[in-house]
Design a protein around this ligand. Structure first.
Ligand code: FAD
Ligand code: NAI
Length: 471
């Protein structure tokens, strides 16, 4: 069979790329190795074991906590909620299945051929697909897009069994609430899934190598968020490294040392969640033989047009440089399809929002204060606390704040950081503003509906010129 484009990997990068390529009239196929006897399971890490199942559990566990602790203060008396974990996991699976089936439907609708099996690049223009039974076939194509995503970064001495020592994949499928959960890594996965199990009753401790949580995010945001998580009952051991894990009938004993060196301590847990990052996944793709080079971190280097070292072979998503985020992978998928079709595909890496879906949510777009300082950019800061927002008071969600960073000379908005219930939705007005090169004055002069939590974003913009109204 012969195609214009073959995409290897049906995650958010790959399947969106396939849709866009088909929309542009290219004969397109997608190769995916995740599946069952019934065929390929599309959607990648994100739909099957990542973004979607984790958000289903975050939402359900947030409601569980609200029913147990939030209702009374608003005059709603209900008996203490009882957890039915099996049904909660069933809800998660239903959401996953609906989304995964939805992608299959989209492939059919757009006339994209799905080939179920492991893809291997034999050379530019040639992809071998090997099915679960080991039967191989070869497909021909003008362009190949590698979208094989990423996998869990392992830690020496801490072997994942997905039962007592779990990655995120095991942590979204536990069959009972652990009494004590230790999370290694205070990044996005650690905080989101740590929050889920804390809400459902586990005692959660997070061990982090650095002396702060959420590296890469604005330091003030990370510090305030840590305080809020601590108030909720999550404890943090910062500046500490896990050097080994021993399993026993009672659980897992972790050996923990100060990151800077010193005496080891033992920390006991029923379940350990290892979440120290993810690494690009290129196993079995035949890259070396095909001449596609990797960088030192195992990523596939590309130019601005997503071209690898071999003509006709492109790469996008988690397998290349940049934030490992579904929407970044999707936008690259669109851009590369447009470029292959001879159009002007482009991703603006200055404006990629990032959201941590905890309570409150933590969202950011653009630069942090630390990045601006390091780059020597002079800036003004406007901040507004949620305690001063009427709607947040009405909703009893007054934790958090909004911070707007604007260029001192031009007033152009360079970064917006939000800690708030619903921050993941609020951040997009800042993203649109920044995409159009808007200023803090533009944001401050935009009429915002009252009473909304979005007004806190407007107030933070007003605060850049020291003229916030409600503080
Ligand atoms: P992937 O989604 O990893 O898809 C790659 C696909 O390629 C896989 O299906 C794999 O089976 C297939 N594949 C690999 N090799 C081959 C081969 N040789 N042949 C055929 N198929 C192959 N991001 C967000 O933006 N928001 C979130 O809320 C979020 N939550 C997350 C929660 C968790 C627990 C995890 C683990 C990740 C989360 N992410 C989130 C990150 C997000 O999942 C990734 O950034 C995104 O899935 C990357 O998309 P991708 O298309 O590059 O790769
Ligand atoms: P991460 O990179 O967000 O965090 C890993 C943390 O582990 C860091 O704080 C790091 O300093 C720490 N660490 C590294 N080595 C360590 C060690 N040996 N001991 C203790 N701590 C150590 O990675 P995470 O949380 O595993 O997530 C992986 C990727 O998935 C992220 O890049 C993220 O982009 C993506 N993701 C995105 C989500 C979202 O957008 N809401 C949700 C979940 C994952």
């Amino acid at each position: 069979m012969s195609y214009d484009v073959i995409v290897i990997g049906a995650g958010p990068g790959g399947y969106v790329c396939a849709i866009r390529a088909a929309q542009l009239g290219l004969k397109t196929a997608i190769v995916e190795k995740r599946g069952t006897e019934k065929g390929a399971l599309l959607g990648g890490t994100c739909l099957n074991v990542g973004c979607i199942p984790s958000k289903a559990l975050l939402h359900a566990s947030e409601l569980f906590e609200e029913a147990g602790h939030g209702f009374k203060a608003m005059g709603i008396e209900v008996p203490a909620p009882k957890l039915d974990l099996k049904t909660m996991m069933g809800h998660k699976q239903e959401v996953v299945d609906a989304n995964v089936n939805g992608v299959s439907f989209l492939m059919k609708k757009n006339k994209v051929d799905v080939h179920y099996g492991a893809g291997k690049i034999l050379a530019a223009g040639k992809v071998e697909v090997r099915d679960a039974a080991g039967k191989a076939s070869t497909l021909e194509t003008k362009a190949i897009v590698i979208a094989t995503g990423s996998d869990v970064t392992p830690l020496k001495g801490v072997e994942i069994d997905e039962k007592t020592i779990v990655s995120s994949t095991g942590a979204i499928a536990l069959d009972k609430v652990p009494e004590r959960m230790v999370v290694i890594g205070a990044g996005v996965i650690g905080l989101e899934l740590g929050s889920v199990w804390r809400r459902l009753g586990a005692k959660v401790e997070v061990i982090e190598y650095l002396d702060r949580i959420l590296p890469g995010m604005d330091a003030e945001v990370a510090k305030q968020s840590q305080r809020l998580f601590e108030k909720q009952g999550i404890s943090f051991r910062l500046g500490a490294k896990v050097t080994g894990a021993t399993k026993s009938k009672k659980g897992v004993s972790l050996s923990v040392e100060p990151a800077a060196g010193g005496e080891a301590q033992t920390v006991e847990a029923d379940v350990v969640l290892l979440a120290i990052g993810r690494r690009p996944y290129t196993e079995g793709l035949g890259l070396e033989a095909a001449g596609v080079t990797l960088d030192q971190r195992g990523r596939i280097p590309t130019d601005k047009h997503y071209r690898t070292s071999v003509e006709g072979i492109y790469a996008i998503g988690d397998v290349i440089a940049g934030p490992m985020l579904a929407h970044k992978a999707e936008d690259e998928g669109i851009a590369v399809a447009e470029l292959i079709a001879g159009k002007a595909g482009h991703v603006n890496y200055e404006v990629i929002p990032a959201v941590v879906y905890t309570y409150p949510e933590i969202a950011s777009v653009g630069r942090t204060e630390e990045e601006l300082k390091e780059a020597g950019v002079a800036y003004n800061v406007g901040k507004f606390p949620l305690t001063a927002n009427a709607r947040a008071r009405a909703n009893r969600t007054t934790e958090g704040f909004v911070k707007v960073l604007a260029d001192k000379e031009t007033d152009r908005v360079l970064g917006v950081h939000i800690v708030a219930a619903g921050a993941g939705e609020l951040i997009h007005e800042a993203a649109v503003l920044m995409e159009f090169g808007g200023s803090s004055e533009d944001l401050a002069r935009t009429c915002h509906a009252h009473p909304t939590i979005s007004e806190a974003v407007k107030e933070a913009a007003l605060a850049v010129e020291k003229r916030a109204l409600h503080v």
